[in-house]
Design a binder for this molecule. Sequence first.
Ligand code: 6PG
Length: 246
Amino acid sequence: MPTTNILHISATPAKTAASFASFLLQLDSERQAPNAVALSGGSTPNLLFKHLRTAYQDQLRWDSLQLFWGDERCVPHNHEESNFGTARTLLLDHAPIQPAQLHPINCQGDPAAEATRYAQLMRDKLPAEAGVPVFQLVILGLGADGHTASIFPGSDLMQEQAQLTGVATHPESGQKRISITLPVINQAEQVVFLVTGASKAERVADILHKRPGYQQYPAAAVQPISGHCHWFLDEAAASQLKTEAA
Ligand code: 6PG
């Protein structure tokens, strides 16, 4: 099924975060059941975390959330590069959410063993469709090289269609990471890319306009079974997109 990409373009990163936050609030209000959400890493979500902390303390049904991570760097959670550590510092330590609702990846030991543990955790905690755990929402970032989660161009994880998680190696730093795989991402009820900054503009346009060679980018393999994918972009990241009118 071709993917319908739904664009939400805002003037600034802060307004992009606010736009996504209200999307999240609407999703949350539409469901009575728990919302299992896989958070993305990197720096882009930081504005979202700060916005949720200040603007949505008492609006979001925090007790309905089960938070997972789409990927994690193999560093201690108190390391500045930890995706869980960043979310905890900027949001979770300031929100009415219980530790039992948080499901971080913790790959300080054997990454392969943690990948296996996390796959089983998703199986245990989430409903499944066609044997694949279903998130209500997966939030993704986009690297300038077209990676998403920790699925890097040319990596084995780009082809992974059976496992739910995998061990990745950052192509530049060599840092080990754990990532959920494309089958899990594509099974989610809602998949959202949150992308800001001019450095992403070319890759965003490569992927959304299916420019020659776009299929080399892991983010282009995000083709949700739901048939749609939301892109929350600031104008800088959307600056190479041709609007219909143009
Ligand atoms: C990670 C991410 C990764 C990130 C992109 C964008 O752990 O780094 O999950 O996929 O979303 O690299 O990162 P920035 O938001 O820092 O540009």
